[in-house]
Design a protein around this ligand. Sequence first.
Ligand SMILES: Nc1ncnc2c1ncn2[C@@H]1O[C@H](COP(=O)(O)OP(=O)(O)OP(=O)(O)O)[C@@H](O)[C@H]1O
Length: 742
Amino acid sequence: MKRLDQVRHALAEHGAAEATGLTAQEASRLLQLDRSTVSRYLNHLVKVKEVEKLPGRPVRFRMVKSALTSLEEWVYSPQNHPGKTIGNSAEINEALAALLYPPKGLPLLLEGETGTGKTHLVEQVVQLARKQEKFSPSQPFVTFNCSEYAQNPELLMGQLFGIRKGAFTGAASDRTGLVERADGGILFLDEIHRLPPAGQETLFHLIDQGVYRRLGETELERTASIRLIGATTEKPDEVLLPTLLRRFAVKLTLPPLKQRKQHEREKLVDAFFIEEARQMALDIRLDSRCRQAFVQYPCPGNIGQLKGDVQHACAQAFLRHLHQPSPAVSIRREDLPASVASVWKSHADSPSPIAPLRSDKGEKTVYSELLRKERELSARGWSRDERIRELKLMANRYLKQGPLPGSQHCRLENHDLQKVLSHLPQPLLQGQREALESLIHSLAVEGEQANRPFPETESLQEKYQQSAQAVAKAITAKNIPLPKDAWKEIAHLLSAFSESDSAPSDGVPVLIVTHGESTASSIAQVANALLGDERIYAVDMPLHQPASVAHQRVSDRIQALHGGKGVLLLVDIGSLTTMGEDISREHGISVHTLSNVTLSMVIHAARKARTPGWDAKKLAHSVRERFPEPISSLVPAHPRLVVGVLCPQGEGALTTLHDWVKQNLTGKYKEIEIWTSEWNPDQSESYREILYQWQQSGNLLAVVGTHSPPETCSDIPFFSAWELLQAEGIQRWNEQINRNRG
Ligand SMILES: Nc1ncnc2c1ncn2[C@@H]1O[C@H](COP(=O)(O)OP(=O)(O)OP(=O)(O)O)[C@@H](O)[C@H]1O
């Protein structure tokens, strides 16, 4: 765009008439152009009467109203209400007639490429039938996409027709199918061609005679009365059994977008922008070249892709709007997905603009959520760049989740990503993987037209550069355009992973894990400060954290730290020793655990960790020699075996339960002590704190209580009083106690 046009556009975005316009300085900052250049253009525009100067200092420039409209802008207002469905009225009428045909409708088959609106049409028709009170709200409308289970025909059939217990391995109980749920209503099977021939056969019998069998049933014949709608992207006579195909009395084909008339496509574009304006509760401005691009670009994903691409452009423009507020959200060329931008023409035909109307407020939408997040982040002091980055990720997540089946930028499915990430030399940890996926998605959203500088990579190791290039190449090979040089950002992230979490280049890594919000990290911090180095690592385990999460975090950290010499794990209490052993078994890493960690023990371990030729085992041995296990924590000759009884406060059940446990369960084992306590159900930590104290003082075999423990304590063997009244409960109890008594 020429500079003069850029200045025009900046002013146009700041409105006319009631708007306050821009100063030369504001315009120069906005456009990142030299101020004197901007002043020159502004004065030229004043001279040709496109812009007026407002009285006051500093001088403000504002577009005169007539000039603004001559920019041929389309203004989409939230208050315009296009119909929900554009075109297709003939198809809607036919489909409605088929659905309502007495006595139980005619089977209907919809054919059309992906994104042509088959699902949309079905939903509209059902809504219409309900509105006309010809299909009651109590009649079920069940939809199912057969491609969801296409890899497993047995499950697909089971899902649809139900399963008889034992029909196949894993079918542990009888299961109702969707046909049963749709009885008396509508069953919509999308991608119906994914049904295996046997399924198509059963469906045929169902439509023909109203009978079917669950998977695995041989004798019992069930009945159901359903109105069937099928949809397929394939040629029906090539993929459906002739018997079934013949049962579809009404067949409709939805045309691909390229076969639709120009005015229909214009209506679709306008309807989608109006919908976005409604969701934003703001006007959207779009100049005629942009609109024209949306009307003309090749759009193989049909209406679905068109809608997705409009949403994409709106999300980009909205993000900018958050940081440069103006009365309306303006869509610029750089907001368009690459395929749309590619047909942008600098001179478009001149349609008459739609008059702007005021916005309405209220509804919770993608945009209101972005706005809320922006406010929250700025209140928390995030910098502008950080906010933009976070909001881009958020917008991208919404775009991914939203109904964007054909969107150019959302085609990077998870299985594709997995393949792409297989180009990396070593597997990523869960958190690293998520970070990388987010980055790739946000780069994909920026698209190839993004023209921003990327950080240089000379300082990075060759291997990160190569992996990043391979990843970027694999993504673009999937037809997902990335900005030029996007691989550089990926390379930096890969390198950052290894720097933040990898093992020290020499020596055995030492990891402290203790209970509490910050105990471990405080010890590590002091030790690192004393040694003037960063060789001690820490994982804090807040008491409220579920054991499974704690396990995962320690496991991730150990895997990241392991550099071939194993890991020395220093923990506070003995119960954590089993965690190290488990991780060692799971990942084949040599993990050596020492309990009763102290600061001096950590410093000793850190000093010795770099002894040449030592591994985790030798290091553990040396530390233990220097810091023998304190007498009190050595396993006593006769450890106290404990069963805990824990009941919620104020329930009054504690004494009764204690006596009952003593009489019925622990009586025969005189050595088992029973400890009791009440806990506060409003504070789940109180439960874990009690367990923690008990574990420190004895060998806790099990806990008995009237209420299940909070989810965060699910690693402790728990028996409910109710369970212990039953034979199976007693059996589990005996097994548990005998195992733990040793
Ligand atoms: N005629 C229409 N008017 C307005 N919006 C439409 C129309 N047709 C489709 N859409 C919108 O386009 C998107 C894609 O449509 P839909 O999911 O129905 O396509 P489909 O043919 O079922 O695709 P697929 O075969 O991939 O499932 C939806 O968001 C839908 O709301």
